[in-house]
Design a protein around this ligand. Structure first.
Ligand code: NAP
Length: 290
């Protein structure tokens, strides 16, 4: 499907929204790009960097002439954003998002949009720990997966258009249900982020330990520098799946603790060996695509 977006409105001009805008410009398939956000400094910076053409603080006004709308705000803000854009969204417009949780965002769309069939939920599996328009770059999605979670009500033409948009920014589109998405992402993304926050807090309660931390600590905790606001929202919007994964982690930690207290080297070796094998297989299969 050849894609041309006449007027794209991106609500939330941060790392993800800004990078989509830059990547669509690179692909040459977008006309005007309007950004919407709260802070004028971030939006002015986005204009200066060529990420957007113009901006507004008013969602309803901004989307009145849009043919494509992208929500790239923290997931808990989606409720309020859908409520605002529903007032003036043209019938022909297609809406997508980039949120890290899918069931919660779909529930918001269902609640506020006149026609939720033209909302095609998406989650690009690409990112960094940096935030704001200045962090955006056109190559962010190149050869990275983007998961779409349409349901039985999703309009097939809207789905095709949104799939084309995410392919135009460089990503490889995969389709799955929102429930499966939220469960899988709770395991491979949300739990590691919470674990990284917890490790830094646990070490930070000590005194001079940070002075001796080196590459291993840096690699393990890189994602603890991510936006706290964004991660609060992800945690709350995917609460039950994440609680399950925390329980599984606590069981693993308890098993290690028990083995250590019992000086059971064989049990420790079993745990470390099975983890090393699983990670080595994953890296050899997928490592060059990360
Ligand atoms: P970000 O860099 O912090 O950008 C979010 C932007 O949204 C900010 O520039 C903020 O600007 C704006 N914003 C926040 N609340 C808003 C509201 N109520 N109305 C309008 N604008 C609002 O975050 P991001 O990394 O781009 O993340 C955006 C979305 O993508 C999130 O849903 C996240 O879950 C998802 N995601 C993130 C990653 C990642 O690695 N970072 C990866 C995949 C998906 P103002 O404060 O100026 O309003």
């Amino acid at each position: 499907m050849s894609l041309h977006i006449k007027h794209l409105v991106v609500i939330g001009i941060g790392l993800i929204g800004g990078s989509v805008a830059l990547a669509l410009r690179r692909a040459g398939c977008v006309g005007r790009i309007t950004g919407v956000g709260r802070s004028v400094e971030n939006l002015e910076e986005a204009v200066r960097l060529g990420v957007i053409d113009d901006f507004s603080h008013d969602i309803a006004t901004a989307v009145a002439d849009a043919d494509m709308v992208l929500l790239a705000v923290p997931v808990a803000a989606c409720d309020q954003v859908f409520a605002a854009l529903a007032k003036s969204l043209p019938d022909k417009a297609v809406v997508t998002d980039a949120g890290s949780t899918k069931q919660s965002v779909m529930a918001s769309a269902e609640k506020y949009l006149r026609d939720a069939s033209r909302f095609v939920p998406a989650h690009p599996i690409a990112g960094t720990e940096y935030s704001g328009a200045a962090a955006a770059f056109a190559e962010l999605f190149d050869d990275k997966k983007c998961i779409l979670t349409p349901n039985e009500k999703t309009d097939v033409k809207a789905l095709a258009r949104v799939q084309s948009m995410w392919e135009a920014v460089g990503s490889r589109v995969k389709i799955m249900s929102a429930a499966e998405h939220d469960d899988v992402l709770a395991a491979v993304s949300h739990l590691p982020h919470l674990a990284a926050f917890a490790i830094v807090n646990a070490v930070g309660k000590g005194d001079a330990a940070f002075r001796f931390a080196a590459g291993g600590f840096r690699d393990f905790t890189r994602i603890a520098s991510s936006s706290p606001e964004m991660w609060r929202d992800i945690a709350l919007c995917n609460q039950s799946a994440i609680v399950d994964k925390i329980d599984a982690l606590q069981e693993e930690l308890s098993a290690l603790r028990d083995a250590l207290k019992a000086h059971d080297g064989d049990a420790l070796l079993d745990k470390f060996t099975s983890a090393k094998q699983a990670r080595d297989i994953w890296m050899s299969k997928y490592g060059d695509k990360l």
